[in-house]
Design a protein around this ligand. Structure first.
Ligand code: COA
Length: 157
């Protein structure tokens, strides 16, 4: 299967929103106290809003004549404060592959594209956060070279 990774065009966004709907269902099933189960109009429109924001990029993975994977990238800049140095990095905010096209290297190809883009733009790090229940995503991110440097913890009261 040939997969082409590229920056998304306006006419890709409807297909990407279908993939975002799948990812949202996964999150709502895994963390129902946090994620709303329905993919709302606001969630759909959000993609169109960030596309016109220079701090964001949207990536599309095309295979078999349709968009099968997507990522949203956010350039994060945090000023220094008394505790922390200034921070400037590329964050992968959303990431997913069509459930019918997984385990065929689509996500790995997107990571390779994102790394090349990050190098070209002189970023020194790529970061992301993920939900602990999502063991498939953790296995994937570790397989492509990410490591955990921070944790969020919780307890019931
Ligand atoms: C996580 C996800 C993006 C992986 O996409 P993918 O295209 O299937 O990944 P790849 O085919 O490039 O996998 C590369 C390697 O990662 C590892 N990997 C990927 N999915 C895995 C899984 N479900 N379980 C264990 N290892 C996995 C394997 O080592 C795999 O290599 P292999 O297939 O030769 O064994 C996909 O499962 C997905 O979209 N999940 C739902 C959305 C999601 O969780 N997004 C990320 C959090 S926001």
């Amino acid at each position: 299967m040939e997969t082409v990774i590229r920056f998304a065009r306006e006419d890709d966004l409807a297909q990407i929103n279908e993939l975002r709907r799948q990812v949202n269902e996964l999150h709502a099933a895994g963390k129902p106290e946090i994620f709303r189960p329905c993919f709302s109009d606001e969630m759909r429109d959000y993609l169109y809003e960030i596309r016109s924001d220079a701090a964001w990029q949207i990536i599309a993975a095309e295979a078999d004549g349709a968009v099968r994977g997507y990522a949203t990238l956010h350039h994060i800049q945090r000023p220094e404060n008394p505790v922390m140095r200034p921070r400037d990095y590329l964050e992968i905010d959303e990431f997913g592959v069509d459930e019918a096209f997984r385990r065929r290297g689509v996500a790995s190809a997107m990571i390779a594209f994102i790394r090349a883009y990050a190098r070209e733009k002189s970023f020194s790090r790529i970061e992301l956060n993920m939900w602990e229940f999502n063991r498939d995503a953790l296995a994937f991110y570790e397989a492509v070279g990410f490591s955990t440097y921070r944790r969020y913890m919780e307890m019931e009261v």
